[in-house]
Design a protein around this ligand. Structure first.
Ligand code: MN
Length: 752
């Protein structure tokens, strides 16, 4: 006999009478027959072809699992029937139901995916195939962390393909948990742990509260039986005392709402044991401090009626300040909508009141499944549905794209990213239009920008948070309203951004963009180097074609280059000059007319500045404002150092008054260059310095004292450099060229 993971449902016939059924939602599960399933499924599946698909799937599963029994002696088929029954309660389509019935056949019998494809089509085959792959690495008694992360990743990869895979897998796991009793405690704990790490977070993010809370409570029961029972007892104790109070409250609310002629129905709900456990043991609340253990739910027809009922409740009962939440106007990221308020009832008890429409109630229980209930006659399009889900649940897009990088990310990184970015994303930030974006703790405005859209992230320059302009490294908190400012002049993704971004999805976008950018820049540099080389060879009367022929392996070897691209790249970064190659090849023209550019420090042999009517005077250029030919200048008569020439705007001579004399530039200067200190302000980005240096080299301007630093708060790179220029016109041209560079926003001459 083959024994399987799943075990028989233990129907609890001898339940303790002190445990009322509604407080113990997970106690006792009636077994379903195929007839039960068929009745439920066919209540919403009317189409004959679809009905046949379900019936055929059952017949095939029954035949294939025949003779196999679960540990308890139960025929194996009981498990797929129960899984399909859970699915039918969510009103899934016939393909999903068939897949639920067949989900274990490929793994456990001789049936193949191809057999299923032939009989049931691609959709059913795809779902079963994904489930089989997930099942193949079923908790193989691995304890090592690495293996565990790898397993979990594979489960997520399998599930990210199609949301139907997730829903069937959740139903499968739920039934396994319901029937966990017969397994050894060790296995019970392992399965429960995996459930809380992998399945309930995804159920939560999909808003399938019904499955989530049942799975959580069951897992807790096996992982922490003492605490589970403690809470169960506390609930039961309080329940007895509260029943009367609760009924009173419900009646009062019902009377008031009825008086107003608003249609409604009412329910009361006990907080799940697991969520009480979390509040008590993870958030350290006392049981009696948890106000929303008991909630009254009022369900009505329209949104307007929800607010009307809220008005009635607040007018009658004292609301507890700070506890009102309007999830109708601001839905949770898993689509949950409802009004929540906490009130003090007449007898001093505290209750949470939840008010919502029927539709919202269904979404609250079934989440994503409520939105995509099977509709007879409407043609199902898996792709469109997946897209629709990605639109409605924006985290799902991250989930899918993260899961695409199957081969790149290491399992631990993937799991860390998933739990950081998605499962622990509990900071809710709003767009100006009121859309909720959920982010992990510590996430910044830059992360927010990337959540909105990759393009928004790539061109972000800052953000307006609650009306104030802030930089991209600002940490967001729940309730912030954030708007991203973008600009063509954004520095774009750069190394610095990798530090600012906290979400794995933003980091991965940034990394990709940096890689792409550097590949693009390399191509550009190769082209620049090539052009420079062509020109230098032309100066030696060598054609482009000949040059290409001449630059052979010997040249590459000489300059230690792997290929010609690398050589041209080296030329563009000035690590190799074309003349070195020309000299190596011995092809330099005899009388080279290549001009050497002379770089001079401040003074040449000839005085650049003349003072009218005076000759042979000691004249020097001021080091503070560095005047250059073309600048408006003035002479300052110093004590013992002759005349020092300043720019007319230099603050250092503003009060010099009588000690200044008029001077002008010598018009017959010849080629000479003068140092000018400048500062370049730019949004920090990759290759900024390379581009700046490219401008200097293109203009043949010598430089000195290059220094660069980044102002972290504003991500501004400030580059200070001394340039050697012949006159103010050249300097102006240089400024124009620098300002044309991407992300450069200011260039200044410096006065010391
Ligand atoms: Mn199964």
């Amino acid at each position: 006999m083959i024994t399987m993971e799943e075990t028989k449902v233990e129907t609890k016939t001898n339940e303790a009478p002190s445990e009322p059924k509604k407080i113990l939602p997970n106690g006792g599960y009636p077994m379903h027959t195929y007839e039960d399933l068929r009745e439920l499924a066919f209540s919403y599946i009317k189409n004959e072809k679809s009905r046949k698909m379900v019936a055929d799937a059952y017949e095939l599963a029954k035949t294939k699992h025949a003779g196999v029994f679960r540990k308890s002696g139960e025929p194996y088929i009981q498990h797929p029937i129960e899984v399909a029954y859970i699915l039918a309660q969510l009103q899934v389509g016939p393909e999903t139901l068939a897949a639920g019935l067949l989900h274990d056949t490929v793994e456990d019998t001789d049936l193949t995916i191809e057999d299923i494809r032939k009989q049931f089509g691609n959709d059913v085959a795809m779902i079963v195939d994904s489930l089989t792959k997930i099942q193949r690495m079923k908790l193989s008694h691995r304890t090592e962390q690495d293996f565990e992360a790898e397993d979990h990743r594979k489960i997520f990869l399998g599930m990210a393909k199609d949301v139907r895979v997730i829903i069937v897998k959740l139903a499968d796991r739920l039934h396994n948990l319901r029937t966990l009793d017969a397994l050894k405690p060790e296995r019970q704990k392992a399965l429960s742990k995996e459930t809380l790490e992998v399945f309930t977070p995804i159920a939560h993010r999909l808003g399938i509260y019904k499955m989530q809370s049942e799975m959580e409570d069951l897992s807790l029961k096996y992982l922490e039986p003492d605490k589970y029972n403690e809470i169960l007892n506390l609930l039961n104790e309080r329940e007895k005392n509260r029943q009367e109070s609760l009924n009173n409250l419900k009646k009062r609310i019902a009377d008031l709402v009825f008086e107003q002629g608003i249609p409604f129905r009412m329910e009361s709900r006990v907080k799940s044991i697991y969520s009480i456990y979390r509040k008590m043991y993870l958030k350290h609340y006392n049981f009696d401090e948890i106000y929303d253990v008991l909630a009254v739910r009022v369900i009505t027809n329209t949104i307007l009626q929800c607010y009307e009922i809220l008005g009635i409740v607040h007018a009658t009962f004292k609301p507890i300040p700070g506890r009102f939440k309007d999830y109708i106007a601001m839905p949770k990221p898993n689509m949950y909508q409802s009004l929540h308020t906490t009130i003090v009832s007449g007898d001093g008890n505290i209750y949470e009141v939840q008010i919502r429409t029927e539709e919202m109630d269904q979404v609250a229980e079934e989440g994503v499944a409520a939105h995509w209930k099977y509709k007879e006659g409407s043609s199902y399009n898996a792709r469109e549905e997946q897209k629709d889900i990605e639109d409605k649940l924006h985290w799902f897009r991250d989930f899918v794209s993260m899961s695409d990088q199957e081969n790149t990310a290491d399992a631990k990184d993937y799991m860390a990213a998933l739990s950081n970015d998605i499962f622990n994303a509990n900071v809710y930030v709003f767009t100006p239009k009121g859309k909720v974006i959920d982010l992990p703790n510590g996430a910044t405005t830059l992360d927010f920008a990337y959540k909105i859209h990759t393009k928004v992230g790539d061109s972000a320059v800052g953000a307006v948070v609650n009306g104030t302009m802030v930089p991209l490294n600002t940490i967001l908190k729940t309730g912030d309203v954030c708007e991203i400012k973008t600009s063509k002049n954004s520095p774009g993704p750069n190394q610095g951004w990798l530090e600012i971004a906290k979400t794995a999805s933003a980091k991965s976008h940034i990394k990709k963009a940096i890689q792409k950018n550097s590949a693009f820049l390399r191509q550009e540099n190769i082209q620049k180097g090539y052009t420079a080389c062509v020109e230098s060879f032309k100066a030696q009367d060598i054609s482009e074609a000949d040059m290409v022929k001449m630059i052979d392996q010997k040249v590459l070897d000489e300059f230690h280059m792997a290929d010609t691209d690398s050589l041209y790249e080296a030329i563009s970064s000035r690590n190799v000059t074309p003349y070195q190659i020309i000299d190596f090849l011995h092809v330099r023209k005899k009388s080279s007319d290549v001009k050497e550019i002379r770089h001079h420090s401040s003074m040449d042999a000839k005085n650049p500045v003349v003072v009218d009517g005076v000759d042979n005077l000691a004249i020097s250029l001021a080091k503070c404002c560095c005047p250059i030919p073309g600048d408006d200048i003035v002479g300052y008569v110093s004590k013992g150092k002759g005349i020092i020439v300043h720019r007319i705007t230099c603050p250092n001579i503003a009060n010099a008054g009588k000690r200044t004399i008029p001077v002008h530039w010598n018009e017959d200067l010849g080629i000479s260059t003068y140092p000018v200190a400048i500062q370049i302000y730019a949004g920090d980005r990759n290759n900024l310095l390379t581009d700046i240096m490219g401008v200097f080299s293109a203009k043949n301007i010598a430089v000195d004292n290059l220094k660069c630093h980044v102002i972290q708060e504003s991500m501004t790179a400030v580059t200070g450099v001394t340039v050697y220029v012949s006159d103010s016109q050249t300097l102006e041209d240089l400024f124009t060229a620098l300002l044309a560079l991407k992300s450069v926003f200011d260039v200044k001459r410096i006065v010391h």
